[in-house]
Design a binder for this molecule. Structure first.
Ligand code: TRP
Length: 433
């Protein structure tokens, strides 16, 4: 079986989602998340938000709004991994391990940091004035986000490509020092991703203050659309579609046939007011059904909190055993456990434990975990069908014992810690394939 490709993306929780986020990121990601050949990780990057925002209420509100938007847009938390970064303590733990294999010079060259330094230098200030260590370390935190889950393809905008390359460098340094633990991530930049213009015709972006909120009440959305810049051509005068922000936004929501009709309406001299009304109706047709779900979620934060916590449990079923393996790899070890020499480390793969499935006289199906030398490490309970037993085995292989602490009883003389590390090794091998 080939493992599905892992996609992983973070969304910084500092703003309220707007139409540009929807068209550029949310809608295509939700569509991609339905591809059965991929495994998708989406998370709310709230530690990243702290780098640029020191308003606690805004961070909380933005996390709520962004979570509600993604779910309202159709992201299915059962199908994907959807979690909040700060619910995964392994991310900060890994950040430190990566910090220790990352050259300071590499971070000096990061665009976001360099831009601040350049600004300070130009203003005649100390070059690090107002630069927090958080901004400086940002690429390492992002590296940990990615590497903890061995994300392979990272859908990002062009401004983020450098960060993915840095994560790759960190993975390589770590693998070189401690053995093959990380797959090397790649930036996944889709050129077909739509860039939506904003009210003033420039890219729709919070920093230009030209956005149309995604889930504003319909009347507010209508007013915002009325504010899109147009030229002074009168009703009846033919209008060019090139350079028309209104037309481009329409196209992002319309079918090819609807777009063709709008193009014709422009040529026929549609009045700007009428074109704006058509745009409002077209967007509303797509957004209205989502708005109900969105408003219900915003109105029930406890439910959202529960969804995010369940997502964190699911993500930690992978993260916890993997982090145990990484801690072991760098030498943060149980002092009572046999110390793995580098020789043992190199042969770790060959010495992997394995599952054996069998049927007992009681008619039930069982499996056991045996180490490379044939010693019984653990024993399952009985299952009604071989399929059930098989499914449990694959869950254990992928997620370790984390999600199912009662699935296995340690064999005679096997310490729980030993069983845990055997499971961590299996999960890691599964992740690496
Ligand atoms: N820094 C990214 C942004 O500003 C968000 C992000 C944080 C991210 N961690 C990530 C994206 C990991 C991809 C993978 O857009």
């Amino acid at each position: 079986m080939t493992a599905p490709i892992r996609f992983l993306a973070g969304i910084t929780t500092t703003g309220t989602p707007h139409l540009g986020n929807y068209v550029g990121a949310i809608r295509p990601s939700v569509q991609a998340s339905r591809d059965p050949g991929a495994q998708n990780f989406y998370f709310l990057a709230d530690y990243h938000a702290l780098i640029k925002c020191d308003e606690p209420a805004r961070i909380q509100r933005s996390t709520l709004e962004i979570a509600a938007c993604w779910l309202a847009a159709g992201l299915d938390p059962e199908q994907v991994f959807f979690y909040r970064q700060s619910d995964i303590p392994e991310i900060t733990e890994l950040t430190w391990l990566l910090t220790c294999v990352t050259g300071k010079g590499l971070l000096n060259r990061a665009h976001a940091y360099k831009a601040s330094v350049d600004k300070n230098t130009a203003a005649g200030n100390d070059h690090d004035a107002d630069v927090t260590a958080g901004l400086f370390m940002y690429p390492v935190l992002m590296g940990a986000d990615i590497l903890l889950f061995n994300g392979r393809k990272i859908p990002v905008g062009r401004d983020q490509i450098q960060h993915i390359e840095m994560a790759r460098d960190m993975a390589q340094s770590f693998n070189h020092l401690y053995g093959e633990h990380f797959v090397l991530p790649e930036a996944f930049v889709s050129d077909s991703v739509a860039m939506l213009p904003g009210l003033d015709g420039r890219k729709m972006s919070k920093s230009y203050d030209n956005v149309i909120a995604l889930f504003a009440p319909p009347e507010q959305m209508r007013r915002q659309i009325a504010g899109i810049v147009t030229d002074s051509r009168a009703p009846g005068e033919p209008k060019p579609v090139e350079g028309s922000a209104l037309f481009q936004i329409y196209e992002a929501f319309a079918t090819p046939e609807e777009t063709r009709q709008m193009r014709k309406a422009y040529a026929d001299g549609i009045a700007w007011g009428d074109a704006k009304q058509l745009l409002f109706e077209r967007i509303d047709r797509e957004i209205a059904p989502l708005r109900g779900r969105h408003d219900a979620l915003i109105g029930d934060p406890a439910q959202l909190e529960q969804i995010l916590r369940a997502g964190a449990d699911k993500a930690r079923a992978i993260a916890t055993p993997f982090m145990a393996r990484l801690r072991h790899a760098v030498g943060l070890r149980n002092l009572g456990a046999p110390s793995g020499s580098s020789v043992k480390q190199k042969s770790a793969k060959a010495a992997l434990p394995s599952f054996k499935q069998y049927r007992e006289a009681d008619g039930l199906h069982y499996f056991k975990l045996i180490d490379a030398a044939g010693r019984l490490l653990a024993q399952s309970k009985g299952f009604q069908s071989p399929q059930e037993a098989g499914q449990t085995i694959s869950q254990l292989k992928q997620g370790g014992l984390g999600g199912m602490p009662d699935a296995l009883q340690p064999g005679p003389g096997v310490a729980p810690a030993e069983l845990e590390s055997a499971m961590a090794a299996l999960a890691a091998a599964w992740m690496a394939c």
